[in-house]
Design a protein around this ligand. Sequence first.
Ligand SMILES: *[C@@H]1O[C@H](CO)[C@@H](O)[C@H](O)[C@H]1NC(C)=O
Ligand SMILES: *[C@@H]1O[C@H](CO)[C@@H](O)[C@H](O)[C@H]1NC(C)=O
Ligand SMILES: *[C@@H]1O[C@H](CO)[C@@H](O)[C@H](O)[C@H]1NC(C)=O
Ligand SMILES: *[C@@H]1O[C@H](CO)[C@@H](O)[C@H](O)[C@H]1NC(C)=O
Ligand SMILES: *[C@@H]1O[C@H](CO)[C@@H](O)[C@H](O)[C@H]1NC(C)=O
Ligand SMILES: *[C@@H]1O[C@H](CO)[C@@H](O)[C@H](O)[C@H]1NC(C)=O
Ligand SMILES: *[C@@H]1O[C@H](CO)[C@@H](O)[C@H](O)[C@H]1NC(C)=O
Ligand SMILES: *[C@@H]1O[C@H](CO)[C@@H](O)[C@H](O)[C@H]1NC(C)=O
Ligand SMILES: *[C@@H]1O[C@H](CO)[C@@H](O)[C@H](O)[C@H]1NC(C)=O
Ligand SMILES: *[C@@H]1O[C@H](CO)[C@@H](O)[C@H](O)[C@H]1NC(C)=O
Length: 795
Amino acid sequence: MTPNRMTYVLSGLVVLLTLVTAQALSWDHSLFTSSPPLYPSPASAGIGWEIAFAQADAFVGNLTLDEKLTLLTGIAQGPCVGNIPAIPRVNFQGLCLQDGPLSIRQATYASVFPAGLTAAASWDKGLIYQRGLYLGAEFKAKGAHVALGPVAGPLGRSAYGGRGWEGFSPDPYLTGVAMEQTISAMQMSGVQATAKHFIGNEQETQRNPSISKNGVTIESVSANIDDRTMHELYLWPFANAVRAGVASVMCSYNRLNSSYSCQNSKALNGLLKEELGFQGYVMSDWEAVHAGVATVEAGLDMNMPGPVGFGITTPSFWGSNLTMAVTNGSVSEVRIDDMARRIMTPYFHLRQNIDYPPIDPESGDINSLGVHPYLDTFKFGPANVDVRGTHAQLIRELGAAGTVLLKNIDGTLPLNAPKTIGVFGNDAGDLTDGLYPISDKYEYGTLAVAGGSGTGRLTYVVSPLDALKDRAARDGSLVQYLLNNELLSNPTTAFQSIAPSPPEVCLVFLKTWMQEGEDRTTLLADWNSTAVVESVASNCNNTVVITHTGGMNVMPWANHPNVTAIVAAHLPGQESGNSLVDILYGDVNPSGKLPYTIAHAEEDYAFAAIANSTQLQETEDPNAWQSDFKEGLLIDYRHFDYYNRSVLYEFGFGLSYTNFSMSNLNIRNVYGNKITARPLPAPIVPGGNPTLYDVLFQVTAVVTNTGPVGGAAIPQLYVSLPQRQDPTPLKVLRGFEKVSLQPGEDTTVTFDLMRRDISYWDTKHQEWIIGGGSIGVHAGFSSRDIRLVASFSPM
Ligand SMILES: *[C@@H]1O[C@H](CO)[C@@H](O)[C@H](O)[C@H]1NC(C)=O
Ligand SMILES: *[C@@H]1O[C@H](CO)[C@@H](O)[C@H](O)[C@H]1NC(C)=O
Ligand SMILES: *[C@@H]1O[C@H](CO)[C@@H](O)[C@H](O)[C@H]1NC(C)=O
Ligand SMILES: *[C@@H]1O[C@H](CO)[C@@H](O)[C@H](O)[C@H]1NC(C)=O
Ligand SMILES: *[C@@H]1O[C@H](CO)[C@@H](O)[C@H](O)[C@H]1NC(C)=O
Ligand SMILES: *[C@@H]1O[C@H](CO)[C@@H](O)[C@H](O)[C@H]1NC(C)=O
Ligand SMILES: *[C@@H]1O[C@H](CO)[C@@H](O)[C@H](O)[C@H]1NC(C)=O
Ligand SMILES: *[C@@H]1O[C@H](CO)[C@@H](O)[C@H](O)[C@H]1NC(C)=O
Ligand SMILES: *[C@@H]1O[C@H](CO)[C@@H](O)[C@H](O)[C@H]1NC(C)=O
Ligand SMILES: *[C@@H]1O[C@H](CO)[C@@H](O)[C@H](O)[C@H]1NC(C)=O
């Protein structure tokens, strides 16, 4: 095959013109009051898992109806967050399901890794894979068969969403890559991964039904998402997850077009099982099931956590009801067999039937829930097994790699043996309220991980203050610290204890607590952060602000003349201080980039506000909670670019201690065959039509380190697809690589453009289609630092 070299032209003008002519997304609420029925539920054929599927088939064929049903519904009375009981007759030891996306949450002697958001901020596929590998190894060594992560929903539509940090980025391409790396790696370690939460779980507020003052059941919020937005944004990373062979997909709490996600046949049977060819099992989120037969028919395969009791208050609607439904013929045993096979196939594929480690009894709720009638059916091993290995090294490295340097005036950083260092803020020091930050918004202590089921039990945390003291001792620097934000927020008294004053450099640490179950009400960092920064900065002309946060923060102090550097350290995990000090002292040259946009002001994020109001909180209308995703595809940078809004720090941005240039943009057709607008029909495999992933074009560019020190760059590729009737983002991320270069060194980076990458979702034909017209290509170092522009005609 001879590569077809193509010429390119500057396409900036094309973008400007389309900006003016594009129309707004029209919105007709009546289209979202129901979800199209899609039945029957497609049966798995075990595509890609043929041997395991045959084993599962034989296994299920050997079970009685009652035994099959025990595979489908959890029991709370077990040692794990989710428990499928053993079937000793056939030597099946049951399934242990454990939280969560960054750690085996409750277990002792386990690692707390950087959060998904931090992993995304590294833009480092290798490190993301390594994180997945180690996470998987820890789950397995603790006897957990199924890990409840990673997260692609919430994707991060709203800056106020409480859970965005559990996943990766509001950009579906970046999240898709991270999902694929994480899932492949976790399953390589032998643990089943769960892609969650499917789908539209973009807010926590009213994620579950509530009871009104008058006793009316008020249903969960309905995420109303049009078909194109579903495919190009929210479903996109789940397609990567399915393609990576994810064992399980967890349906979410919210409703989708007015129908509960766990009984939405269009979403589960249609999008997931039919279109994406998902061969594993759909698991419910905990207590997210609100019907019996309807959920089975809609494609739900496993119901968690199980019947009422032991802290569970919502009925499963399965159990005895399901037995009756099969007996009376309203659910066919054929469907039950499919459910059971879907559950057992990944188990055999990952060889969990052979010598799987026993459950560590100190890894779940076991001691807090009372009587456990099923307990003796589980296979227990020794307690408090230390599964951390040497994972701390990766945690430190990834923590630093996911740290983003946002501002650095006149070489403030890296620090160069300062004589005096001031450390300020309640986020700097060690934790005073315990090592398991489950829900309290603790005042003192650094924020290494956020809260809810996505948190982790720390065995230790290296606080920034401790790490700084250690590092500063090498230079004989004086480290003074003041951690009380109340004292700090008064500029006249803040520095009373500091001498000499001001210190050569003042490091201010801010944090923003976030947790499952609640959304944010402000995008400011917590604990009087604005007053604290202003107070320190008014006393110190070399103020460096470091934030620990699970999401987008506004930074009203960013342009204060005395704020000379800003570092977004995200949620780094247990090695927090070490990761940070590596960056502050230049032992690691920062290469992290924002996986989201930091706007100037809170109002700038209003385009994707969560549904909420006093009126809704007090409603008596069961269907009152509606969240219309009217912004369509235009979330995060797609919004700011489309409307040409200035931002504080754009998506993909992050500074380095060196500089990089980019040259020689080249686009080649590497497909060899004639490119058609539609993908060639092909049997569906996990991920969907396999030809969607054919590499059609390769874009290359040369990246050179033009600065004084070695470092890593993240060259990024964006494409502009032709405008459609509904607004199309001006450009979307479609490639990135991390390259490490010594001063003066250069390298050629290659971005593969797959068919899906240059197609739009055509709602009429229900197909990914390459639109007519030329496609713009933008290569650069952030979404707004575009160095090279070209365009090409794909057909
Ligand atoms: C939601 O409703 C829109 C508009 O009717 C439709 O295009 C889309 O396919 C629906 N999605 C689901 C999952 O019901
Ligand atoms: C079926 O179960 C019996 C035990 O009751 C076992 O001996 C046999 O190997 C099983 N067959 C399969 C295919 O699992
Ligand atoms: C069976 O369904 C009924 C309503 O349909 C529900 O009230 C009951 O709790 C269900 N039983 C179980 C075991 O979930
Ligand atoms: C069969 O049982 C299910 C579950 O209890 C019930 O919802 C359904 O109405 C029953 N159908 C018939 C025909 O009795
Ligand atoms: C600091 O913040 C706390 C809660 O975050 C608030 O109660 C207190 O009033 C604030 N103090 C000042 C001085 O702003
Ligand atoms: C900057 O810091 C110096 C002390 O180093 C102080 O005198 C000055 O007022 C500060 N500037 C502002 C704008 O707060
Ligand atoms: C900060 O103030 C010190 C004196 O306190 C001065 O030596 C230094 O040049 C100032 N730095 C900047 C960046 O203004
Ligand atoms: C939701 O609205 C209620 C009533 O206005 C308010 O008290 C609450 O703080 C809001 N929650 C969020 C997350 O905005
Ligand atoms: C975008 O905004 C900038 C100023 O913020 C302005 O100079 C430029 O003309 C705008 N572009 C378009 C296409 O409106
Ligand atoms: C990088 O280049 C910019 C100008 O493009 C310059 O201001 C800056 O000093 C350079 N930084 C380094 C570390 O070379």
